[in-house]
Design a protein around this ligand. Structure first.
Ligand code: ADP
Ligand code: MG
Length: 252
């Protein structure tokens, strides 16, 4: 049975670590089934925002609602998946066991059901043949696909990706973009993708947000982002400028 994709509402969220304000008055909504790409230079606050959405951390001020429920109220009612930037696979387990770990530990399904779910998820990502390989035996692109598969086993209604194409070559990045777009067709999921990969954003996003210095600078469709006359958006979309370039930190 397919669950419904969920909405996300972020309302006036603030977050500081000590004296450093990392999120400043962040507000935006993501519609059920939407692919929302959050771009921005390193240190903009993207990963912190993702952690707040999934409930690994919480705002100092403001609200984050998933399907109208506060994140802590949504626990047990909404299934979320997070694809970590590092992949976070366990090297001592093969691919199958990396995927089966969470459902087994939480005794959510019978062994036969877990097996079926894991194999189905692997096949969605063309990873059937890798089921009994160890993470160290896989290419970077395969490892990313395994991390996506692991987040998918629980059939999430909300899927959050942190830099899914970082450290991948352009061909592998394009494959990941295809995976993200295909998943939207195959399962009913709302996706928030953090990335400074412009081609990924342009390929998969329904809408793009540019985050800078803890603030949302702009939110628009990929097409309008590409055509924008705004200086910061233009700099960010310019393929000749590295998003880690210090000039992004000089402006506000
Ligand atoms: N747990 C933490 N404690 C203190 N500072 C943090 C913590 N997490 C993130 N930060 C700081 O918050 C800022 C934004 O970080 P982050 O969200 O990781 O940026 P990015 O946009 O690159 O993902 C950075 O300056 C980072 O050092
Ligand atoms: Mg980050």
């Amino acid at each position: 049975m397919k669950k419904d994709a969920v909405s996300v509402e972020i309302k006036n969220v603030y977050k500081s670590f000590g004296q450093q304000e990392v999120l400043h008055d962040i507000s935006f909504d993501v519609a059920p089934g939407e692919i929302f790409v959050l771009m921005g230079p390193s240190g903009a606050g993207k990963s912190v925002l993702l952690k707040n959405i999934i409930g690994l951390d919480w705002p100092d001020k403001g609200k984050i609602l998933v399907n109208g429920l506060d994140v802590y109220e949504s626990q047990g009612k909404v299934v979320m998946g997070l694809v970590f930037q590092s992949g976070a696979l366990l090297n001592s387990l093969d691919v199958f066991d990396n995927l089966a770990l969470y459902p087994k530990e939480h005794r959510l399904y019978s062994d036969a059901d877990i097996r079926a779910k894991v194999m189905h998820t692997l096949s969605m990502l063309s990873l059937e043949d890798a089921a009994h390989k160890y993470p160290s035996e896989l290419s970077g692109g395969m490892r990313k696909r395994v991390s996506i598969a692991r987040a998918l086993v629980m059939e999430p209604q909300l899927l959050l990706y942190d830099e899914p194409t970082s450290e991948l070559d352009p061909v592998m990045s394009a494959t990941i973009a295809e995976v993200i777009a295909t998943l939207k067709e195959e399962i009913n999921v709302t996706s928030i993708v953090v990335s400074h990969d412009r081609s990924l954003a342009m390929a998969v996003a329904n809408r793009v947000a540019l985050m800078h210095n803890g603030r949302i600078h702009a939110i628009d469709t990929p097409k309008r982002f590409l055509a924008s006359k705004d200086d910061l958006i233009r700099d960010f979309m310019d393929p000749s400028i590295d998003p880690k370039h210090p000039r992004f930190r000089e402006k506000s």
